[in-house]
Design a protein around this ligand. Structure first.
Ligand code: BJW
Length: 251
């Protein structure tokens, strides 16, 4: 058996012994669904666009139509994307554990589309809106010629995503830390591990005794924290890992 095959079997063994599992996903998870990542070339979003202008409150207030239109374009593109075999493998894994929490930095809703249930969205969701001033949730966009449209309270409407310098949703943070403190295994998939606080989650789980398995085609800031690094794309490695786990379970 190759080293990769041995690592995959070891990771499947970790899952076999686990009662509580956290899976943490980043932009690489959805790359095989055709959604560009932020930082890995080619076609990385932050190579072509300036995050300070497009993903911060200051940027939004400096040019609300620009930011609104950028998000509308991305929303349109993301709405045609479908879950890939990696998303579906995670959904297949969930029912086999007493506790299973999927913590995602992604805003694309593809985990829900794939059938995952206990999802914690750390950076919001591009299909939701809220008002800028008071965070009123906006269920239906008002008929408004203005770009961006305005909330009934007069505030600008914005996408319900988390920009740089903003606090993450309190409930999501609480749910994530509760799961991290009690998990036996954490799978970390498709994130460069540079954006905090989520980048610090593997260390939190490891400090509480979890075994960390990273899945990524490249080594990252997380790799040094991981017990096992499974090199490869999420859409290839995750189905193999889940099949190996299910085979052990059935044996
Ligand atoms: C594949 C693959 C395949 C390719 N299969 N894998 C502590 C220290 C230093 C700084 C800070 C800190 N705490 C807070 C900060 C500031 C800041 C931060 O972390 N900055 C760093 C960049 C230094 N954090 C924040 O501002 C956060 N707020 C906060 O902490 O509030 C309190 C606070 C504020 C200020 C100071 C201190 C405290 C908010 C962060 C919000 C991030 N928002 C974005 C945009 C969301 C909306 C949108 O989409 O437009 O979230 S930025 C962007 O990065 C997006 C992502 O969720 C996030 C993470 O990116 P991710 O998922 O890791 O993607 P990539 O592209 O980086 O990596 C892709 C990976 O996939 C690569 O590894 C590839 O190899 C891999 N891959 N193909 C599997 N097929």
């Amino acid at each position: 058996m190759s080293d990769t095959g041995r690592d995959l079997e070891r990771a499947a063994g970790f899952l076999q012994e686990a009662r509580s599992v956290v899976v943490s996903t980043g932009a690489g998870m959805s790359k095989e669904s055709g959604i560009p990542t932020f930082r890995d070339a080619p076609n990385a979003l932050w190579e072509k666009f300036d995050p300070a202008k497009l993903a911060s409150e200051e940027g939004f207030l400096a040019d609300p139509p620009l930011v609104w239109q950028w998000y509308e374009e991305r929303r349109r593109m993301i709405s045609t994307a479908e879950p890939n075999p990696g998303h579906r493998a995670i959904a297949r894994l969930e029912p086999h554990f007493e506790n299973f929490t999927l913590v995602t930095q992604n805003i694309d809703d593809l985990h829900r589309k794939a059938g995952s249930r206990n999802i914690v969205e750390m950076h919001g969701n591009i299909f939701r809106y809220k008002c800028f001033n008071l965070h009123h949730p906006i269920d239906t966009l008002p008929q408004d010629e203005r770009v961006p449209p305005r909330c009934r309270c007069g505030s600008l409407i914005r996408p319900d995503v988390v920009w740089f310098g903003e606090l993450l949703p309190e409930q999501a943070v609480e749910r994530a830390y509760t799961a991290l403190r009690k998990c036996d295994v954490m799978l970390v998939v498709g994130t460069s591990g540079v954006v905090y606080p989520v980048a610090g989650f593997p260390e939190v789980a490891r400090a509480h005794g979890a075994r960390i398995v990273e899945i990524n085609p490249e080594s990252t800031a997380i790799t040094r924290v991981a017990h096992i690094f499974l090199e490869g794309p999420a859409g290839g490695v995750l189905p193999e890992l889940v099949d190996a786990f299910l085979k052990r379970k059935a044996a």
